[in-house]
Design a protein around this ligand. Structure first.
Ligand code: SF4
Length: 323
């Protein structure tokens, strides 16, 4: 099958758009969609200047999503003096998994000449995810601990580096899964929080001065296209699954979405376009009222921002010490 725009052989066919694209046109199309998202979200503050640049921290795990995001951001803003990029890798302490992906991060950032920082659960919290998964003091899925620890470190380091934005590599599939999970759980405040935290134009979001604003520039790109882009551009992405991956409900939603997308191409896009509108309405109704954004104070133990006396990360760490 030929490319729709030239006579080269197509490397992909997108059922949702009916388009066939060759390698150069496919890669250009991914880059264009990411740049359009960056523009539409006004990711770059119009007031940023070479003398007063923005600092963006990218959560770089070494997986395909964050590697593709880092690559495209470097291509787009690598020479722009209004933006300074710091790549931050979190090492959870998972044997046979994270070491190799850290190698991929080092290779990529050296190649691009980017500042790269690594933070570990062991140095910061004196725990390793392998031990947390073995001991599991609260009888929860490993990801429930890991997600809290990771969010805390990303937030802490983004703050330490003076970040204006915290960028993550969530793709269209990740976002459509989250949207569907929030809707199926009937949690309207969570939907409002999702909008406030990471959807839409920065100028329109509810003010949350205690948190570094999040951005997900890959959120229009389907997961398979991110993977194909990484492969075609020969990026050093590390593609193995974490041995503790255990978000059972998300896995069910993922399979449901795959089936829906196969039978009704475009489902993920339509979920997101309806969800974003709905989330904006929910944020108008609950913005600033949603549980985690009211009565914020400092955690008595670590000083991080929390809506309780002691933050969730400290409570989880306490439960580990009690084992
Ligand atoms: Fe952590 Fe779960 Fe991701 Fe593994 S799959 S790195 S345990 S959040």
């Amino acid at each position: 099958m030929d490319c729709d725009t030239c006579d080269r052989e197509a490397v992909m066919q997108a059922a949702y758009s009916g388009r066939h694209l060759c390698e150069p046109h496919f890669c250009r199309s991914v880059e264009k969609r990411v740049r359009r998202r960056i523009r539409e979200d006004t990711l770059l503050d119009p007031d940023a200047t070479p003398d007063d640049p923005e600092t963006w921290v990218i959560g770089l795990s070494g997986g395909k999503d964050s590697v593709v995001l880092t690559h495209i951001l470097d291509e787009t803003f690598g020479k722009d003096p209004r933006v300074e990029v710091v790549a931050l890798t979190i090492h959870e302490g998972i044997e046979g998994y994270r070491d190799e992906s850290v190698d991929a991060c080092v290779e990529l950032t050296e190649e691009l000449g980017l500042r790269h920082e690594i933070a570990t659960y062991e140095e910061e919290f004196d725990v390793q995810m392998d031990d947390v998964a073995d001991e599991d003091p609260l009888d929860m899925a490993p990801c429930a601990y890991c997600g809290v620890f990771r969010r805390d470190l990303l937030e802490e380091y983004a703050d330490e580096y003076g970040a204006d934005k915290l960028l993550t590599g969530h793709n269209l599939d990740d976002e459509a899964q989250t949207a569907l999970m929030n809707i199926l759980e009937g949690d309207v405040k969570q939907i409002a929080k999702h909008f406030d935290a990471s959807i839409g134009d920065f100028e329109d979001r509810t003010e949350q001065e205690d948190f570094v604003p999040r951005a997900k520039p890959l959120r229009d790109i389907p997961e398979k296209e991110v993977a194909l882009y990484a492969q075609l551009r020969e990026l050093p992405a590390h593609i193995t699954e974490c041995p503790h991956a255990s978000e059972a409900y998300r896995g069910e939603i993922q399979e449901l979405l795959w089936d829906l997308e196969e039978n009704h191409p475009g489902t993920r896009h339509s979920i997101m376009s309806g969800y974003e509108e709905l989330a904006e309405l929910a944020a108008d109704r609950y913005g600033g009222e949603s549980d985690d954004t009211t009565n914020l104070s400092e955690c008595e133990q670590c000083g991080s921002t929390t809506s309780n006396d002691v933050c969730r990360k400290c409570r989880l760490l306490e439960s580990m010490q009690a084992v």
